[in-house]
Design a protein around this ligand. Structure first.
Ligand code: ZN
Length: 500
């Protein structure tokens, strides 16, 4: 009886998974190879597939099956996890009244072009009325989902199941105490910009060759993946057997393709590494945005911006670009890729200042939701926080409060996942080295099997079986912990900037 119900649920979810995967493939195609004339038909086709999947998933039959299967399986079983994850998505998909969903779609569809125009003209007033509406709708969404302590918790749950605003506040308090003084100490050095080696004329085909070579060694599986070019790099998958990444190349600047490729490969290896037994179930993908970002940041930063990595790979890069790099020492290159400099734009920020950009957004978001900050006052509040945390002040709103698309898209509570990723990347990397102390030496030899193996064993294979807190506790013995991250920043950048 229960076995029949479970089989029925599995089949239903597998069908929905297939429809969503087909839709994701259409989305990938749209970003990569679709002829531009196809856009209108493509939009219709994708909307149809979304609607069919949504109708099937939110059907009362799904709810009945989930009710029937509640509490029937062992606490640590896959079946229990499948029911839990499906229930969570089902509740979220059915709790919003249809009129609110429509209102949200209409509002963000109008807000995104308004935001783009506002940013181009650096005119907050063009975007403000849209943001007012979006904040109001976010409050209603939080009410519809329900929460016990703060509306932010209801929105955060979308990206980080089980995490609360309070936990994020504690994380940021600890980070602020460690990072703000570090940024000040580095700024007081008044060091000259050292990033010149990264700028010049760098043949794109060679950049591509180098990146592919490195991520192949990491463990990215090309029989279940591919790399293409897009304006904004991303990773997308249709199950663990087909996980694609994209990269952006700039022939005058090494960093975007180089670190972008390592970053997206980190996302990709996570998805490829999920246990095949979870295929076509709700457990088949990464468990949260923050955990996902920890995997991309680990390969990009812990590995790709480390000295040991470049001891092995810098000679290869020099060989590809003899004219540009022969006279640049390993030490100068290492310094260039780890330059710390407070800047206006989050996506261009270095490892030290990055999280202060996120903190600022988190504080403004919560104040907007609570109503203690008015939309009209956001630019002034933004600039004041930039001055306080980073010691620089935007001169216009394009390089201030209008720089990110997230709010226009209705993505409240998303920003903290970037910082959660940074913090967890170090916590996990430290634990991996504790288990295999030879990992740094192996990286210096271009060997990644132990690191990849540890991540696959402790993170990748589980997909969404465990919630973020639980997964991290199983892997490291602790929940989210800022201490390893702060220690890492102080050691690495203290040495680079002679602060000790
Ligand atoms: Zn990412």
């Amino acid at each position: 009886m229960i076995e029949d119900k479970l089989g029925e649920l599995r089949e239903r979810l597998a069908t929905i998974h297939d429809i969503n995967a087909a839709n994701a493939l259409l989305a990938w195609d749209q970003q990569t190879y679709m002829p531009e004339g196809a856009i209108a038909d493509r939009a219709e086709g994708m909307a149809t597939l979304s609607r069919i999947a949504h109708e099937m998933f939110t059907d009362a039959k799904t709810g009945n099956l989930l009710d029937n299967l509640k509490d029937h399986f062992d606490a640590d079983s896959d079946e229990r996890a499948i029911v839990r994850v499906a229930r969570r998505s089902y509740d979220r998909a059915t709790k919003l009244p249809a009129a609110l969903v429509q209102d949200l779609t209409r509002t963000t569809t109008l807000a995104e072009p308004a935001w783009a125009e506002a940013r181009a003209k650096s005119d907050w007033n063009l975007f403000a009325p849209h943001l007012e509406k979006i904040v109001e709708l976010q409050r209603r969404v939080a009410e519809a989902y329900g929460y016990t302590t703060h509306p932010y918790d209801a929105l955060l749950d979308e990206y980080e199941p089980g995490l609360t605003k309070r936990q994020i506040e504690i994380m940021f308090d600890e980070l602020k105490g460690g990072i703000v003084p570090l940024v000040k100490a580095i700024a007081e050095q008044n060091a000259e910009d050292q990033t010149a080696p990264l700028h010049g004329n760098f043949d794109e085909a060679k950049q591509e060759q180098f990146g592919r070579d490195v991520i192949t060694r990491f463990g990215y599986d090309w029989t279940r993946g591919r790399q293409d070019r897009t304006v904004h790099p991303f990773c997308i998958n249709f199950g663990s057997s087909d996980v694609r990444i994209t990269t952006r190349f700039d022939s005058t600047w090494l960093s975007p393709a180089l670190f972008g490729t390592l970053h997206e490969a980190g996302h990709g290896m996570y998805e490829q590494g999920v246990d095949p037994k979870y295929r076509r179930t709700p457990l088949s993908g990464g468990t949260s945005m923050g955990i996902h970002e920890s995997q991309s940041r680990l390969w990009e930063n812990m590995v790709g911006r480390s000295r040991v990595f470049w001891q092995r790979f810098y000679p290869d890069l020099q060989e590809l670009y003899p004219e540009q790099l022969t006279d640049v020492s390993l030490e100068d290159f290492y310094r260039a890729i780890n330059e710390v400099r407070p800047s206006m734009i989050r996506v261009e920020a270095d490892e030290v200042t990055y999280n202060l950009h996120v903190l600022l957004r988190f504080e403004l978001e919560t104040a907007l939701l609570e109503g203690s900050l008015k939309v009209a006052d956001v630019p002034a509040a933004w600039n004041a926080k930039m001055t306080e945390y980073l010691g620089i002040t935007p001169t216009n709103d394009a390089e201030g409060a209008l720089q990110d698309i997230h709010w226009a898209g209705g993505m409240f509570a998303y920003f903290p996942t970037y910082t959660i990723g940074n913090v967890l990347a170090v916590q996990l990397y430290e634990k991996a080295i504790e288990t295999h102390p030879t990992i740094p030496d192996e990286i210096a030899e271009g060997e990644f099997a132990n690191l990849y193996g540890w991540l696959r064993e402790n993170i990748y294979q589980y997909g969404s079986k465990y919630e973020p807190n639980q997964l991290i506790e199983r892997a490291t013995g602790r929940t989210l912990d800022t201490a390893p991250y702060l220690r890492y920043l102080h050691e690495k950048f203290g040495e680079l900037y002679n602060l000790n």
